[in-house]
Design a protein around this ligand. Sequence first.
Ligand code: NAD
Length: 354
Amino acid sequence: MLIQHDRLTAFVTEIFIAAGAEAAVAREVADHLVEANLKGHDSHGVGMTPIYVYNINGGRLKAGAHAKTIVDQGAVLLIDGQFGFGQVVGREATDLAVARARETGVVCAGVRNCHHLGRIGAYGERCGAAGLVSVHFVNVVGHPPQVSPWGSGERRMTTNPFCAVVPQPGGPPVVLDMATSAIALGKVRVAHMKGEAVDEGVLVDHEGRPTTDPAVMYEKPFGALGPFGKHKGYGLAVMCELLGGALAGAWTAQPGNERNNNVVNNMLMFVLDPAVFGGVEAFQSEVREMVAYLKSAAPSPGFDRVRVPGEPELESAAKRRVDGIPIDGNTWQELLKAAAAAGLLEGRISELTS
Ligand code: NAD
């Protein structure tokens, strides 16, 4: 089915209000999730709602929590998300880092104990919109690992996203925002929901043999998701674990740490005002010229044109704002169940969804 983004936002907002969130918080989370759908990342869109409701009901997601500053030393901030909605505490932490970067030129901010932050690009884009550069190393904890290190089929890490953003004068920022696993786990979940196979080279079964069946991530005997880009992607994932997890979060995926069915993100974020180097105009001009140079390359067979990171998301959003957001039948059923589990009355669910 195709559903218009504003209807989906209204429905998901009411689910979170029914689950106990304040209206403004519920709306912010719904906006973030629907924006992920609009940008083509259904893995991080409204399909996450059932997990969030489950975690609120289980006391693992604190719907009323806000970002709390733990360390404030000029260009260094450490912020605790207190297990609040990542979409809220992550945005609050980003706003603190942006405001501080305007004073100090550069900020290194650790952000720990956030319930799922969702699409990391959302925080990078906020920095980019403020004219700032940002780099984000993130790990994911609170549940058993799903991603194998390069050279093994055994699970040791999670999908550890990395994001880097460069503002463009007069245009949208260049946004690299990606899982360091071969694909985002949520994309395996979406394929599993749809009963589709994933690409080769993404998954291994419980004996470490390649497979395209997403069920190995959800049904015993479990397989694993591999890193992207062989040893190099694995290396970047390790840095997300050590910088986002060990340094910012003091919580990595190693088995001595708590695994309680939660989805917790820790993030180390660097935010830089390009003006500190004194050559903003030269920087902007080089960004503009280099982006144009990249995009002038002739497309290979099977490609319509060359893009820079962040462009596919903008194209998807432009299309889906008009056409609506595709929601598969399983995801829709899970959303309806989540609405009931949140305490939304049946009559109201019908009003919102008919
Ligand atoms: P992806 O593979 O779809 O895209 C990765 C990057 O490649 C994006 O920056 C995109 O703009 C760029 N890109 C894609 N096609 C391109 C092209 N043809 N030319 C140039 N650039 C191109 O993303 P993903 O790895 O599946 O990640 C999806 C989302 O999942 C991200 O928003 C990420 O933050 C999120 N995520 C979150 C968590 C979490 O724990 N919160 C964990 C993993 C992933």
